[in-house]
Ligand binder design. Structure first.
Ligand code: CO
Length: 132
């Protein structure tokens, strides 16, 4: 297995339309948007160097992002590391006693396969693993 690389940083927003002008003012560009019904979000990606910012807007009140915004307000939501084999990465973490938020990989934006690690296992950060 190769070492993971930083894929993106997820930021919870109440409205993509309200927040993207700020990042565009910094010179960044939205290169893709996607809707992920399984996660209840609309996402916009803005590349920064080798990584990306992922702005997440909830699509309904039951969305995990809507709940996050309700509890903590908008802002930093998760960090995503890209791995080359998500099943292997998940099995390896589980074998080492770390906690994952799902037993199987889930569908992420742009057809990625993703999994979240429990913040208790990752130093208080919601950490997403993603395989492209
Ligand atoms: Co993400």
């Amino acid at each position: 297995m190769d070492k993971p690389v930083l894929d993106h940083i997820g930021i919870a927003v109440t409205s993509l339309a309200e927040v993207t002008p700020f990042y565009e003012a910094l010179g960044l560009t939205v290169t893709g948007t996607d809707e992920v019904p399984e996660q209840g979000v609309k996402v916009a990606f803005l590349p920064v160097g080798d990584g990306q910012l992922e702005l997440l807007e909830p699509t309904g009140p039951d969305s995990p992002i809507a709940k996050h915004i309700e509890r903590r307000g908008p802002g930093l939501h998760h960090i995503c590391l890209r791995v080359d084999d998500i099943e292997a990465a998940m099995a390896d973490l589980k074998a080492k006693g770390f906690r994952l938020l799902s037993e199987e990989p889930q569908s992420g934006a742009h057809g990625c396969r993703i999994c979240f690690v429990h913040p208790k296992s990752s130093g208080g950060v919601l950490l997403e693993l993603s395989e492209r």
